[in-house]
Structure formats: structure tokens, C-alpha cells
Design a protein around this ligand. Structure first.
Ligand code: HSE
Length: 311
């Protein structure tokens, strides 16, 4: 049998309202799978991608998995030939960290194939490099939770400094992904380059309060602190029926609601599984009413990030 390793990396929800480029968490929903095996061709090659409707590039340095893999090989100074096969099991340009998931799965599978030259957390710079190459900014708010799981606060990307935030046991999410594509690059360019001091004060008060809310399982404080004065006011306009979906989620018991990453996916937090399911169903009904194809998920935070798949 050919020696190979496959890894699964989860979808992630980043920003979490007030924490633009700072907060992100992994979900127990969809994700990507990458298989790595040795190849006679030198360097990293990508021989197959499925689940992408033929839209993602096979060229190594145009593909997020290839870029991360290449960065890893440079880091460990290895020139061995490795071929990757990617199975997309989540939508891209969705705001669910698709690029980070493929990158995290690729480096995790390669690290196992090469018998662990690096510790799992040492793979993070390669995943962040893929994000930087793809959209010009080395944000780690999808990369870190995709690789490491949990809810992560990225204090700094250069140098990388992040903290896993303890979470309430009963924290649940409800997520809707309407089939509208939003390119992360475009969604970043639309943001204000500067914010005034008064707005900044409100925003950083909320980011600090959000961490305290999660630490102390205070869902009231979580709801009050998940207000975004920077990205949501601009990006909400890019998502059809945003206000109606938000009002519907809140009317169905959501603690808070906002855009997932750069959108168009949106999510709500709730304090129990039944409520999360009810919110997901209600959000689904809004888009069905407008004949907009959409997918909903609900569940909990995934604590272990990218994992190897037993074959
Ligand atoms: N923090 C990033 C953004 C996430 O909102 O642009 C998208 O990759």
C-alpha cells in the first residue's frame, strides 16, 4: 500500500463581531480533507481537487494548500517530492475559512507523512503564509482555529502570539450560508482605512468584554459585547436580506448575530442546542422565501482543530 496521510480541517468563523482579524473559532460542521503522498516529481504538486466544481487552481503556488505546503517544505529544508489531493467539503468565498482549512489540512498531512519534523502548532506560520499570499494580509483569525481548534484570540501575527480562550460548555452556534460569493479581498478593500478615537474606544471595550463574557459564561455580556462598529456596517450591505436574517435570529432566541469572517455566511450564538437548531431553521426559511439557495448548520465549537483521518 502507498504510504499516505489524510487530514481533516474544520470550517472556522472569524472576527466574531467586534474582533476583526483577532477572534476566530472552529466549528463541528463542514471542512476540507487533504491527502499527502510521496511523489517522484520534485517539490509540491497537486494532482486532484474534488468538490470545487473545477474552479480551484492545481498550480501549487496559486492554491492555498500548495502555498502552505511549500512554506512548510522551505521551513524544514526538505526537497522531497510530495503530491496533494484536495477534497473540498465546504463552500469557498463563503466566510467560513475555506482557504485556511485547505492549508491547515495540507500541512498536517505532510507533517505526518514526513514523520513529524514539526510540532502541530509549529505548522501555523505556513497556514498564515497561505492567507497572506492569497489576500495580501497575514491575518490568522481563520488559520489559528482551523489548525488548533477552539476559540482563539490572535494578539499578534508578527510575531505570532495567540491565546485559546476558555468557553462556556453550552455555547452553540447557528450558521447560514446563502449561495452568494464574496471575495475576501474585495470585502477587505471596502473597509475604512481609519476609524475615529470614539469608535475605537467602543470597539476595544467590546473585544475585552467578549473575552470576559466567554471566560465567565455570561451570555448577557456576550450579547452586549458582540457589536461591531468597523466591519459589519460596511459588509452587511454586501449580504442580501442581512437585516431580516439578523432580526429573525434574534427573535428566535439568539444571544448575538453577525457576519462570519468576510461573509456572506452569518452566524448566531445561543446557549443551547435546541435553540441553535431553531435559529438555523428560521434563517433557512428567510432565504427560502426569497428563493436564494442556502445551507444551515448548528452545533458546537470544535476543540481539536485539524486532525489526521485514520485510513
Ligand atoms: N478577518 C478576515 C476578514 C477574515 O474579515 O477580512 C476573512 O478571511
Amino acid at each position: 500500500m502507498v504510504k499516505q496521510f489524510s487530514a481533516f480541517a474544520p470550517a472556522t468563523i472569524s472576527n466574531v463581531a467586534c474582533g476583526f482579524d483577532v477572534f476566530g473559532f472552529a466549528i463541528d460542521g463542514p471542512g476540507d480533507i487533504v491527502t499527502a503522498r510521496f511523489s517522484d516529481k520534485p517539490g509540491i504538486t497537486i494532482s486532484a481537487i474534488s468538490g470545487d466544481e473545477g474552479r480551484l487552481p492545481l498550480k501549487t503556488m496559486s492554491n492555498t494548500a500548495g502555498i502552505a505546503a511549500n512554506h512548510l517544505m522551505n521551513t524544514i529544508k526538505s526537497a522531497v517530492g510530495i503530491d496533494l489531493q484536495i477534497t473540498k467539503k465546504m463552500p469557498f468565498s463563503s466566510g467560513l475559512g475555506s482557504s485556511a482549512a485547505s492549508a491547515a489540512a495540507a500541512v498536517t498531512a505532510i507533517n505526518a507523512l514526513l514523520d513529524y519534523p514539526l510540532k502541530h502548532e509549529e505548522l501555523l506560520p505556513s497556514v498564515v503564509e497561505a492567507e497572506r499570499a492569497l489576500c495580501g494580509s497575514s491575518h490568522a483569525d481563520n488559520a489559528a482555529p482551523a489548525l488548533l481548534g477552539g476559540f482563539i484570540l490572535v494578539r499578534s501575527t508578527e510575531p505570532l502570539d495567540y491565546i485559546k480562550v476558555p468557553l462556556p460548555e453550552n455555547l452553540h452556534y447557528a450558521l447560514v450560508h446563502p449561495k452568494i460569493e464574496i471575495n475576501t479581498n474585495d470585502a477587505r478593500k471596502a473597509l475604512p482605512k481609519q476609524i475615529d478615537l470614539f469608535t475605537a474606544v467602543k470597539q476595544w471595550a467590546n473585544t475585552a468584554a467578549l473575552v470576559q463574557a466567554l471566560n465567565s459564561s455570561d451570555f448577557g455580556l456576550l450579547g452586549r459585547s458582540m457589536v461591531d462598529y468597523v466591519a459589519e456596517p460596511v459588509r452587511a450591505k454586501m449580504v442580501s436580506h442581512y437585516q431580516e436574517v439578523k432580526e429573525t435570529a434574534l427573535a428566535n432566541g439568539a444571544v448575538a448575530f453577525t457576519i462570519s469572517g468576510s461573509g456572506p455566511a452569518m452566524f448566531a450564538f445561543s446557549d443551547n442546542a435546541d435553540k441553535a437548531e431553531k435559529i438555523a431553521t428560521a434563517m433557512n426559511a428567510v432565504y427560502n422565501k426569497y428563493d436564494i439557495e442556502n445551507t444551515v448548520y448548528s452545533g458546537k465549537i470544535k476543540h481539536d482543530g485539524t486532525t489526521l483521518i485514520r485510513e
